[in-house]
Design a protein around this ligand. Structure first.
Ligand SMILES: [Zn+2]
Length: 264
């Protein structure tokens, strides 16, 4: 059985960004795994880390990451995939103490990509995926950049494809990818049956969608409109990298000449 491993920096990125292709690969008989890097519960958060949950209406005594892992499990069920949690701490627990800092330089001493690379190498050894998905770093969040660093440090990676990080790409469709992946060839997947499940799975991240999209209704509108724009009319998800041989029945999504493409 062919296998695709989708890497998510946070508990929501893969569903928002490429949940359609993930769902359709499962329909086509692929094993899919959705692994999230930064999922650790940190007791007694304070300062900016605490504000990241209270500004979403969650009381200080709520285990914020446990709640988000439960959301991820629900989303994974909708997408028909296996969730994995790599139990590394999010940036606010690694010295990034403001929203501005999350999108600024990587701090001296923040080498979280090193343990992440080791965890990813273990996953590759276990799953032997044919295709590995990571983020492009649109929006420049430090956690997304650290995932890219870890992916590019893997000694023997499979085919790599980097997805366009939503909601950053939705807010700014011309946002630039991380320079380390920007030169990779574009490819795209037409999203048909997967779009409804992508939207439904994204809505499972209830703690995030008010903050990120304004609620479930505008989320659905935004992700559906974005998918149509990505395909030039027909819903699609776009990537940088390459798909392996063996994806079924490849054709180009409308309006995106020059993309290697697949309909699953
Ligand atoms: Zn993220």
């Amino acid at each position: 059985m062919p296998t695709a491993l989708f890497l998510s920096p946070h508990l929501d990125d893969v569903a928002f960004s490429c949940g359609g292709l993930l769902a359709q690969l499962g329909d086509a008989g692929w094993r899919t795994v959705m692994a999230t890097a930064f999922t650790r519960s940190v007791p007694n958060p304070a300062g900016f880390a605490l504000a990241c949950q209270t500004d979403k209406g969650l009381a200080p005594d709520v285990d914020y990451m446990a709640l988000r892992r439960a959301e991820d499990r629900a989303a994974a069920t909708i997408l028909g995939t296996e969730p994995r949690w790599l139990d590394l701490p999010e940036a606010p627990h690694r010295g990034y103490h403001s929203a501005l800092a999350l999108f600024g330089p990587v701090l001296d001493g923040d080498d979280i990509w090193r343990p992440l690379t080791n965890l990813l190498a273990d996953l590759l050894a276990e799953l032997r995926p044919d295709l590995l998905f990571g983020p492009q770093g649109l929006g420049n969040h430090v956690d997304h950049r650290q995932v890219i660093t870890a992916v590019l440090a893997l000694p023997d990676p499979p085919c790599l494809a980097f997805y366009r990080d939503a909601p950053y790409a939705v807010r700014n469709q011309s946002a630039l990818p991380d320079v380390r992946v920007a030169g990779l060839p574009p490819c795209a997947a037409a999203i048909r049956s997967g779009l409804d499940r992508k939207v439904a799975a994204s809505c499972a991240y209830a703690s995030q969608i008010g903050y990120q999209f304004g609620g479930p209704v505008p989320l659905g509108q935004a992700l559906r409109a974005f998918a149509k724009d990505e395909g030039g009319g027909a819903p699609a998800e776009r990537f940088l990298g390459s798909f392996p041989n063996g994806l079924p029945d490849s054709v180009a999504p409308a309006g995106r000449a020059g993309h290697q493409a697949a309909i699953i």
